[in-house]
Every structure is written in C-alpha cells, then in structure tokens.
Design a protein around this ligand. Structure first.
Ligand code: HEM
Length: 482
C-alpha cells in the first residue's frame, strides 16, 4: 500500500499540474484574439508552453529579422505564460514606452525573482518594480545627475582624463585596464575599495548574496567614513537630500545605499565599453582618426581640450554618437513590463507582457542611417551654411542615437548626461595627443559579447603619442591640475 507521504506527494503533484495547466491555458487564451483585436505577429511555438526555442544569437538580429518575416515593426512570442513583445522601430518604442510610460514602466518579475529575493538585489533600481522605492531612488538620481547638476563633475572629469592620458603614455598596451578609470568618474566611486567586484560577476545565489550585500554596503560605508565629501562627489547632493528628509531616516538611508550602488552596477561597464568601441573604431578607420584629429587641432592647437570647447567641437559629438550607434552597449533594451492591457495599432498587448525595444534595430535602421554598418561620424554633420567646407555643425535632421541608446520613458538611463560628458572629454583628449592604429596581426573586426550588455572582446591596438610635443601637453596639464 502506498504510504501516506506518497499519496500526499501524488496529490500535490496532480494539484501542481492542474494549476500549471490552468495558468498556461489562461495566459494562452489571453494572447488569442479578444474583443476583435489582432494578435501580434511572430513565431507561434507549441500549444500552452509557447515558443521555447532559444532565439539564434545575437537575439537582437534574430528579432529584427522577424520584422521582415512577419511584415511588422512590432513582433511577439509567447513563452510559458508570458507574452514578449519586441519593438523594432523608433516609432513603436516612443509611442509605447514614452508616450504611454504610465503603463510601461514596470520591470519583469519573471526571471528576476532570483535576483531580487534570493540574491538580495532588491535595492538595485535597474530591476526594481515601478513603485515607491524606485520612485524615491530615481528622485535621488535626478538630484545628482540632471543635465545642469552634471556640470559640477566637469573639473573632476578633466583631471581624471589627464591622468588617463598619462597612463596611456606610460602603459599604452594596457588600455583595456586603463579605461576602467571611467568607473572612478562615477564620482562617489572614488570611495569604493579596489576589490569591489565588477558588474559582470556570475556565481551561485548563495555566494552572490554576500557579494551583493557588499556592493550595496561598500559605497555607503565608505561615504559615511568620510568627514566631509568634496563638492564633485555625486554622494554629496544625495547625502544633503537625505538629511533634508528626517521623517524616516532609516528608509532614506536604505534608498541612498541602493542608489549609490546602482550607479556602479549600471554605470561601470556601459561607459567603459563605449570607450573601448572608440579605440576599436579608430584603430580600424584611419580616415576618421585623421579627420577627428584635424577637427581638434583647429580648435585646440597647442593645448588639451576642455569643456569650454564643448560647442566648438561638433566632430567629437558626431564621433561619440557614432560609437553609441554603431555598437550599442545595450542592443536589446532592458525589458519594461506592461501593467495594464493595451492596444497598439489594432494589436492587443496583454497586461504583464514584457516589452523590449530593439535598440540595435533602431540604431541600424537604413531609413535613418545610410549604410548603417559603416562607421561614419560624418553622417551626423553638415557644412555650416555659407561657410567653408570644413566648417561643420551637427545636422539636426539626422536622428541622434541618444533617443534609443539610453532607453525610453520613465526608465530611461538617469546617468546619461554624466556618461555622455565624461566620454566626450575622454575622446577629445585622446585625439589631441595620440594616434590609434591596428596592432600587427590584429587588424580584423573585433568580436562583441552577446549577453545583456554587448562589450568588445579583448583586442590589441597601438596607442602612441603623435609627437614628443603632444606628449608634453599631458605633463603640462597634470602640473596645472596639481
Ligand atoms: C554609455 C553609457 C551608458 C549607456 C549606453 C546606458 C544605457 C542604459 C540603458 C539602455 C538603460 C535601460 C533604460 C530602459 O530600461 O529603458 C539604462 C538604465 C540605467 N542606467 Fe544607464 N547607461 C550608461 C551609463 C550609465 C551611468 C554612468 C549610470 C550611473 C551613474 C547609469 C545608470 C543607469 C540606471 C540606474 C539605470 C536603470 C534606470 C531604471 O531602471 O529606472 N547608466 N542605461
């Protein structure tokens, strides 16, 4: 006779099966035609479970191809009870994620339970639900990183850039290691100890939890240990804000701790990867290097660039835009979750659907960018009217890739202004001093990772000063900074 425990397990198992069947059936039924609305086109998969096949990698290219196959800029598939919607055009992404951001600003729970609950990652605003904690953390971010606030970090960015140039003079072959200096430019991270793990860590949940707690604690503890924070620290406005809200100091502390750590998690690899793309692109496109150097020389002959040159160097803005566009570090935008059922052009988007903008497709759209696979900063420039051929300005008719590179709506990247400015000064300064050339035997295309973030795999290039006089500019600038 079966034991009581066997019977209990069998009953429990049957109940689970019935529950799962009912859940899948409900979700499956939910994604069929309702109220006369059309069902989003896309691969169908199996009854109840849906499309279980892993998309051919990189996923953003596969999803983009589906737009041709199904003749629609919005495609969808259904997997284990969840509808995943891919937006392959800027029109669809802005219409849904920006214009209707009241509906599309949540993050998925599906797949994130482990991160949030088991690993204790719930303080990270990138994955946090659209609720009070997220709102408070975003407010804190806005306080430190709104477009006007970021100007306060410019002196620190300039000094750090000069030190970076010195490191490139001394150890040009270690440029991969050296571009990590950008992480220190996320200003509070000056107080983060060196052992601090990178965003790419991958271990089991048990080990993670300890590390994740460290990540959240380290910047905050380091900040608290400082008697007084310098003005160029992003933590300073955040701390002042916390002191301004004495109602619930423990909660304010919790928000601040999570906000500081989120800056590192979301800001480190994204920024350094864009700078690595800059070295990659320059080393493979000597004509662009030459043109960019000429543009810098015309404005800054005999000195290093500063932020006072920001408007006078449109070529550097074009170059930075092209780096963000050509090899986007977030090719498939982080998923937004629909909190309500919605209708887009007669198609039904069920509540709970995950909606992903295909940033790659938007930034390689041939209707917006001619020959999108070419690396060509000139696409963003036009000759200033009535001026000489080399007097260029940004062409307002060419779509700024920033509309997609930093995401959409209420979840759009809050660090974008700081990231943009620190990359701009780094690129202008490198061009003022260095030639960037392919290393012998390493002239081909560089491979990129195809995960959550797409970053260049290690590659070699030659970074050498344009002349002794150019190298001297770096030492002069360092003396002035001291
Ligand atoms: C080149 C550099 C960067 C790029 C390309 C980039 C791109 C992005 C993208 C595509 C998103 C997703 C937006 C969405 O879901 O719609 C995002 C989110 C985010 N980024 Fe950035 N980012 C960069 C640098 C930074 C920096 C320097 C910081 C911090 C100082 C930062 C902090 C964040 C945070 C906290 C989020 C999550 C926002 C939320 O969920 O509400 N990022 N970023």
């Amino acid at each position: 006779m079966a034991s009581t425990s066997q019977t209990a397990f069998a009953t429990l198992g049957a109940a689970c099966l019935v529950y799962l069947f009912a859940k899948f059936y409900r979700s499956f039924a939910a994604c069929r035609n309702l109220h006369g609305l059309k069902k989003l086109p896309g691969p169908r998969g199996w009854p109840f479970v849906g499309y279980l096949k892993a998309a051919e990698r990189p996923a953003w290219l596969t999803y983009w191809r589906w737009s041709d196959e199904y003749d629609s800029d919005v495609v969808a598939f259904y997997v284990l009870g969840t509808t995943v919607v891919i937006l392959n055009s800027l029109k669809a992404a802005t219409e849904l994620l920006e214009a209707r951001s009241a509906i599309y600003s949540d993050r998925p729970t599906f797949g994130f339970t482990m991160l949030r609950e088991l690993v204790g990652f719930d303080w990270n605003i990138t994955v946090s639900e659209y609720g009070p904690y997220w709102r408070d953390s975003r407010r804190a971010f806005a306080h430190a990183f709104h477009p006007h606030a970021v100007a306060r970090y410019r002196p620190a960015e300039l000094k750090a850039t000069h030190q970076f140039l010195r490191d490139l003079l001394n150890e040009p072959e270690d440029f991969h290691g050296r571009i990590r200096y950008l992480v220190d430019l996320i200003p509070i991270l000056k107080y983060v100890p060196e052992w601090f793990p990178g965003a790419g860590f991958k271990r089991q949940a048990r080990i993670w939890k300890k590390e994740v707690t460290n990540i959240a604690d380290a910047p905050f503890a380091a900040m608290e240990a400082c008697d007084s924070l310098p003005d160029d620290s992003a933590a300073k406005p955040l701390l002042e804000r916390m002191l301004d809200s004495p109602d619930d100091p423990a909660y304010a502390r919790h928000v601040l701790r999570g906000t500081l750590a989120s800056m590192y998690i979301a800001g480190a690899d994204t920024t350094t990867s864009t700078l690595a793309t800059f070295f990659h692109a320059l080393s493979r496109h000597p004509a662009v290097l030459y043109e960019a150097q000429r543009a810098v020389d015309r404005v800054c002959a005999g000195r290093l660039p500063t932020f006072a040159d920001y408007d006078a160097l449109p070529y550097i803005h074009a170059l930075l835009r092209e780096c963000l566009r050509w090899r986007p570090v977030v090719p498939l935008n982080f998923a937004h979750r629909a909190t309500k059922e919605d209708v887009y052009e007669g198609y039904r988007i069920p509540a709970g659907a995950l909606v992903l903008a295909n940033n790659w497709a938007i930034m390689h759209d041939p209707a917006a960018y001619t020959d999108p696979e070419d690396f060509n900063p000139r696409r963003f420039l036009r000759v200033r009217s009535g001026e000489a051929d080399d007097d260029l300005e940004l062409d307002p008719d060419v779509r700024d890739p920033g509309v997609a590179a930093f995401g959409f709506g209420r979840r759009a990247c809050p660090g974008r202004h700081m990231a943009y400015e620190s990359l701009w000064i780094a690129m202008a300064s490198v061009l003022a001093v260095f030639d960037v050339l392919p290393a012998e035997g390493d002239e081909g295309e560089v491979e990129y990772t195809d995960g959550f973030l797409s970053t260049p795999k290690p590659f070699r290039c030659i970074i050498r000063p344009r002349s002794a006089a150019h190298a001297k500019l770096v030492y002069l600038a360092l003396e002035l900074d001291a």
